[in-house]
Design a protein around this ligand. Structure first.
Ligand SMILES: Cc1cc2nc3c(=O)[nH]c(=O)nc-3n(C[C@H](O)[C@H](O)[C@H](O)COP(=O)(O)O)c2cc1C
Length: 221
């Protein structure tokens, strides 16, 4: 499965089977985490077989069950968008390896996550991963024309990017973002909403994969 195919195949999965993630897949994920941490200064890690943060010993925690593997997305404060962008890179990479995932900002116990952070660092989110009981279902989406603003005529790659952006996971499925195209210039903006800056990073990653364009230059506000 390619990353492009993964954009369409991925849905949040909250219930997991006992099947262990194979060592070779863990190695691929850890290699990518090391690369991201080196390139960006983020502090991402992978916890395997650590059920405590999800109280997997209780039959159901929220709508989650069987969660024992997760990425921990930590960094200094103010890195929300990067957390979204690189977290989603790991989500789609996991999907290409046949693994299911779910972003989690709230329904886990932060103090049970076994990572050491310095004073100015925090855990933003975790992303649960593993073999889901199902592959999830597509989320309801706003129409693409409500998620973008186009001045002039948008090229095909922009429309493909928007299709992938609409498939991006966002907190409470809020889709609080706008991507604008103005005669070749492209900009993405987070609207007000919980975690909407993290969502923006996720959406940009999807857009880049969907558009098939390398080196998209996002205009600053
Ligand atoms: C930043 C972020 C935080 C999220 N936090 C939670 C959470 O705490 N609990 C939960 O059940 N789902 C959480 N989700 C998953 C969203 O509810 C889900 O992505 C959204 O409903 C869209 O569905 P989909 O991922 O299946 O496309 C979160 C998603 C994102 C992007």
């Amino acid at each position: 499965m390619t990353l492009y195919e993964a954009v369409f195949a991925r849905h949040s999965v909250r219930q997991y089977t006992d099947k262990a993630i194979e060592e070779d897949k863990i190695e691929i994920l850890n290699k990518q985490i090391d690369k991201i941490n080196n390139d960006t200064g983020l502090k991402i890690s992978l916890c395997i077989n650590e059920p405590e943060a999800f109280q997997a010993n209780k039959p159901n925690y929220g709508s989650f069950s069987g969660c024992r593997n997760y990425f921990v997305l930590a960094a200094e404060k103010g890195r929300d968008e990067d957390i979204g962008y690189y977290g989603e890179e790991l989500v789609l990479l996991s999907q290409t390896l046949g693994l299911n995932t779910c972003w989690v900002a709230l329904t886990f116990e932060k103090n049970k996550v076994p990572v050491k952070l310095s004073e100015n660092e925090k855990i933003y989110d975790v992303i649960v991963l593993g073999y889901g009981k199902t592959n999830g279902v597509p989320h309801k989406s706003k129409p693409v024309d409500k998620l973008c603003r186009v001045t002039g005529e948008a090229p095909e790659w922009f429309l493909s990017g928007m299709k992938a952006a609409a498939l991006a996971p966002t907190a409470i499925n809020q889709q609080r973002f706008i991507i604008s195209y103005d005669n070749g210039k492209i900009k993405a903006k987070a609207l007000l909403g919980p975690c909407s800056k993290t969502d923006l990073g996720i959406v940009k990653y999807h857009f880049e994969i969907g558009s098939g364009m390398e080196n998209i230059v996002w205009e600053e506000r």
